[in-house]
Design a protein around this ligand. Sequence first.
Ligand code: F6P
Length: 548
Amino acid sequence: MSSRQSLSSWKKLTQMALEKKSQHMNDLFAQDSKRFDKFSIKLPKLLLDYSKNLIDSETMNTLFELAHETDVTGWRAKMFDGEKINKTEDRAVLHTALRRTSETPLIVDGENVTESVKSQLEKMESFVNNVREGHWKGYSGKRITDIVNIGVGGSNLGPQMVTEALKHYSDNSVNVHYVSNVDGAQIVETLRPLEPEKVLFIVSSKTFTTTETMTNARTAIKWLTAASFDESAVAKHFVAVTANSTNAMAFGIKKENIFDMWDWVGGRFSLWSAIGLAIALDLGFDKFKELLAGADEMDQHFINAPFEQNMPVIMALLSVWNTTFLGAKSQAILPYDQTLHMLAAYLQQAEMESNGKSVTWDGVEVDYATVPSIWGELGINGQHAFYQYLHQSNNVVPADFIGSVESVTPVKGHHETLMANFFAQTQALMTGVNEQQVREDLKAKGRTPEYIDKVAPHKVHKGNRPTNTILLKRIDPATLGSLIAAYEHKIFVQGIVLQICSFDQWGVELGKGLAASIQEELEGKTIADNHDCSTENLIHYYKQTKIN
Ligand code: F6P
C-alpha cells in the first residue's frame, strides 16, 4: 500500500466514496437549501459554484484534511520560495515569479530572479512599443504589420489561447499568426498572404532544439531571404525566446534579438514570460501587464485564502475526489465564451503533461488513479455534438462549465440565449429526469400507451453528473490571467496530493527519439532492423508507395 493510501483522510475518503456512489445529488439539494452558499466561492471577478458535485460538508472537510496531511501548505511555500521541487530535473518552479509584484529578491542558484524578470519585461516593453509604433522596420524600411510566432506545445498553446481569448482588446496595430505544426501545410498557408518585408518572426522554444520549431524556423528564413536576397534581413525579421541563447545564435539570430527564458519556468507555464511576446505585440504592453496582474491576484488568493475558501485548492481536491475516489476517467472543459475556444487544448497540455504519470516523485508505482484525461470544446457546440454522451452514456464525465456575465461583444440578443443554455445544462446534468416523470410528461402530451412504453426508457436521464460552474464577470486580460493561474495552481495541488512530480515530462522523450531515427530511415540515410513488424512494414509501404 502506498504512503498516500495509509493516510487517515485517504482511508475515510475511500469509505465515503462507497457511500456517496449510491446517493443522488437531487437528494443532497433537497436536504440542504444552503448548498450553494456552502459550496461556492465568490472572488471580485470570478465565481466558482461546486455545489453540483457528489459531496457534503463531511466530504469537503475530509478532502481539506487530505490537503493538510499531504502538506500542500509546505509545498506551496517551497514553490513560491524557489526551492527545487521539480525533483527529477533538479529545478525550481517559478512561473509565479514572472507576475510577482513584490520587489523582494528571490535567489535561485545565485541568480536574483526578481531582477532577471524585471529586465526581460523592460526589454519586452521597449521592443513591443518599437514594433507597434512602427519604429522597428523591416529590410525594405517598411513597418511590421504581421507577427508569426513559431513554437509548439507550451511555446504555442498558451500565447495562442490568450491571443484568441483577448482578440476583442486588440487594436490591430499588428496581425498575429501562429505556426506550430511541422506539416508544411500550416506554414505555407500562413505565409501565403503575407509580405516578407513586413513580417516579424518570433522563434519561441525554451530548448531551441525542438524539431518542429527548428524546421519551421528554417523554412521561414528561406522564405524571407528568397524575397530580400540578403541574409542580413534575418536580423530585422527574427527574434527568439529561449533558455538556450547559444543555439539561437548558432541558428543566426542576433544576440540582442534574443529574449531570455529560464530553466525554472516550465514550457506549459510560460505564457507569462517573453513566450507571451506575441500577446503583448497584439494587445500592447499595458494589457499584457494586466494579464500578469490578474494572475498575481490569483497567486495571492492561493497563498492566503484558507483551504475552505481557496479556489484552486478546492478545484484540485474535487478532481481528486471525482477521479481517484469516485472513478471518473475523464474530465470535460466546456467554455461557453467563443473567446475561450482554445482553453480545452491549453488545459490538456497543462494538466495531462503535468500529472499524466503513474509513478510517485520517489519513483514508486502509484496504486491509485491519478488524473483524468482532459477534453472539451465550446460548450454550445458540444451540445449539438457530444453532450448526448455526457447526459446518457454509462461513463460519468465531471465537467467544468465556464461562462461570463457580460459579453465582450455589443451585438444584442445572443448572450442570454448562450447563458440560458449554460445554466440549463448543468441543471439537467445534475437533476436528470426519471422514468416516471418521462411517462407522465408523454401522457400529458397525449401519447399512446404503446408509444410511451417504446420511448420512455430512451428519454430517461439519470442525472447525478458532477459539474463545476465558473462564472467570470467578463473576459478581460486580468480576469483571464486569474482564471489561468487558478488552473495552474489546481494542477500543482493535484500533483502534491497525488505525490506526482508535475513539472517534468519524461513521457514525451521516447517517441521523440524514435522519430529522429526513423526520419533518417525515411531520408534513406540509415537502414534499421530494430522495428516490430508492424512499424517496419508501415515504413516499407510508405517508402515504396512514395517511389512508385
Ligand atoms: O515535447 C514536449 C515539450 O517539451 C513541451 O513540454 C514543451 O512545451 C514543448 O515541447 C516545446 O518545447 P520548446 O519550447 O523547448 O520548443
